[in-house]
Design a protein around this ligand. Sequence first.
Ligand code: GAL
Length: 692
Amino acid sequence: MKSRLLFVFLLSLFSLGYAQEGQKYFPKQNLMKIGAYYYPEHWDESQWERDLHNMSELGLEFTHMGEFAWPFMEPEEGKFTFEWLDKAISLASENGLKIILCTPTPCPPAWLAEKHPEIFYQDSNYRPREHGSRGNYSTSSDLFREYTRKIVSQLAQRYGHDDRIWGWQLDNEPCAPMDYSPMAQAKFREWLRDKYKTIDAMNEAWGNRFWGVVYNDFEQIRIPLPRLLYGLSPHWQLDYYRFNADQMAAYLDFQTNILREYISDKQWVTTNYISTIIPADPRRTKKLDFVTYTMYPVGGGSNPGENGFRIGWQDGIAFANDFYRSINGVTGVMELQPGQVNWAPVNPMPQPGAVRMWLWHAFAGGCSFACTYRYRQPLYGSEQYHYGIVGTDGVTASPGGLEYSQMSKEMAQLRALYDPQAVVPAEYKAKKTAILWSHDNYWDIDIQKRTSEWSTWDHVFKYMEIVKSFGAPVDWIAEYSDFSQYPFLIVPAFQIIDEQIVNKWTKYAEQGGNLIISCRTGHKDHNGHLFETKWAEPMYELIGAKIEFYDLLPGNIKGQIGMDGRKYEWHVWGEILEPHKNSKTLAVYENQFYSGKAAAVTRNPGKGTVTYIGADTDDGALEKDILRKIYINAGVKINNYPPGIYVEWRDGFWTAVNYSGRSFNLDIPDNAKILFGEKTLTSPGVTVWLEK
Ligand code: GAL
């Protein structure tokens, strides 16, 4: 028994992956540093000094270089030219700017493409990518890795002990494009061999009796291609998603290992994931010191409110801060929109004040730095319509640039007030909430959505928004995380379960945790098979109910649910529950042929609670009312912020931001000291205060 516990403990340490030391690179008193990308290779050398000087004058504290500059670092195979970079680094440093240096691997040079066109990934039409853009290489190409090794070790040897270099960004927005190249096919087979050992085990795991898709040998296996084949095994697809994410992670870890051979331990290594990145999985990289995210809140999307399209995507930064910070306790936003972008279907100007608000939001959620793509608006190339900190003349600050500048000055004022003794307010800590997340669940649900009305992000963001409206701090955690530090644990749509996680949830609740599980949980095992039990039965005891069946309604039909005399509408997903004796029914279906049956149940095992919410309501109101009861019954004080208002505590400071499009009166105690903004929080707007 003891050795099993030790094994589980070691496994959890291993699974955490990261060095867990990210914080050491970012002294707390620095709060959040502000910076901008600079591409010296885009500009006449005679302008570098002016640009870097002006950047510093605007209050920026670091810059970011090298990301796409491989052909300038290695213009011919084996001929390395770093003198230009040496000069740019010196000028940046002389102007007080720290430097984030990037590995240039998203852009293999033309000479490499000419010599080895086989390094590129292939799309689902088996068409290879070619030179002429970026992010086109295959993570499965051993040859590309060799070229990566050469350029990365050159950089590491040259700059790895240079104190002017703050840290390293690997590649750019590693997004694990689905690769169907022969190299990926071969690596997929290797991955499967490694996972299953025997072909029989793999056939079993993929359910390969169905439709006679049985393999005699791993050599027969190819990457699943839904475009060509109808009704592909979901287990085959799930394994491909896992493999593809592992390949991306392994490529990044490969780069980190090379850097770590040479660089000093004062320099950190990270990469910049796209915030809601699928199919890459940031938790799969094991060697990075921490992970960062990129964020473009105004991308032509529709957001609530008349000016929502200018104020920006309200869930974006809220999610990314918490998700990426939770991975290793530290994060930063590596790219945060400075103004209009070039790539959206419609590219509106951000609302004046929105850029500053996003920056404050990044601060509120714990970012150690915020960087923007980019300092100068490019005059040529595919991103020439992209705003920068300065405009096309290279010197005049853009409206967003001025907001960056303002923010950096405000940050300096804030640092002067930083109190290392500040402790997390008890009321805030008491409602700390974890959301359990795994990419496996996302992929598995996406492979067989069951209803085109379902969106996993919409579902989990509904819960996230509810908790944020309570003014509660949120961490996004994994199955291996320690649940015990969270009074509330939300498990949304956790389709894949096993005995171990059910036991962990049970123990969590029995020991006093408040466990909230939502619909679409518990259907399958890790292979993605349904359990040979009643529907989702392995969790019946935990949730205190049987799931009789689930129903899905077309978008024009409204299902009705009642709770405490209030009515709610749903159509996406509804599970019909039969509560066990000791459970209490919270909400009941009020139409369809199962009218009168339970939609949500709760019970009190040991010292805690378990609540199962079987329906996904259209506006999330049922879920919110149920969660409100749970938090209030647990004796914590919750807020009721309207959508788009986020209030967070960080390092002694309260910060409120407002995406709602309307002003909001904050309940700030009279003896609090307001540092920026006012009690009436405008939109977009920011209020920052200190409480006595
Ligand atoms: C990001 C990318 C940057 C730049 C930017 C434009 O996704 O990482 O390199 O292309 O978009 O908004």
